[in-house]
Write a protein that binds this ligand. Sequence first.
Ligand code: C2G
Length: 129
Amino acid sequence: TRVVITYGTFDMFHIGHLNLLRRISMLGDRLIVAVSTDEFNAGKGKRTLIPFEQRAEIVRNIRHVDEVIPEVSWEQKVEDVKRHEVSVFAMGDDWAGKFDFLSTHCEVVYLPRTEGVSTTELKRSLSRF
Ligand code: C2G
């Protein structure tokens, strides 16, 4: 089996997240998604609206996703790639180049983001009500 892995916050799950997971899932036979914990996000100074358990449960129920693991640190990626025998690491291209160090362990792929939608934009639209 060709295992693919990706990482993300997936706060206020939207079509951009779905497009990415669907496209990434087509790169292999099994898709693992590492969802960032609230603590990890706090460390990044990133506030999430939706708690980790709910973000993870939503991602777990996406048709293209086979497994969800927690993302607790920046450093866990190499360990995850080895432990899960990952063939492909894939992310949206806002991260282009940032994870090339993984290419000694697996393929590294960056896919175009979906334009016009982001959690930040959704929050801004909500604040107008
Ligand atoms: N994404 C996308 N199109 C959008 C918004 C997001 O393709 N309109 C992609 C991002 O490129 C990312 C994934 O969806 O690959 C998850 O996006 P976020 O939840 O914003 O994740 P991020 O905060 O980038 O966390 O260790 C890496 C981090 O956990 C990534």
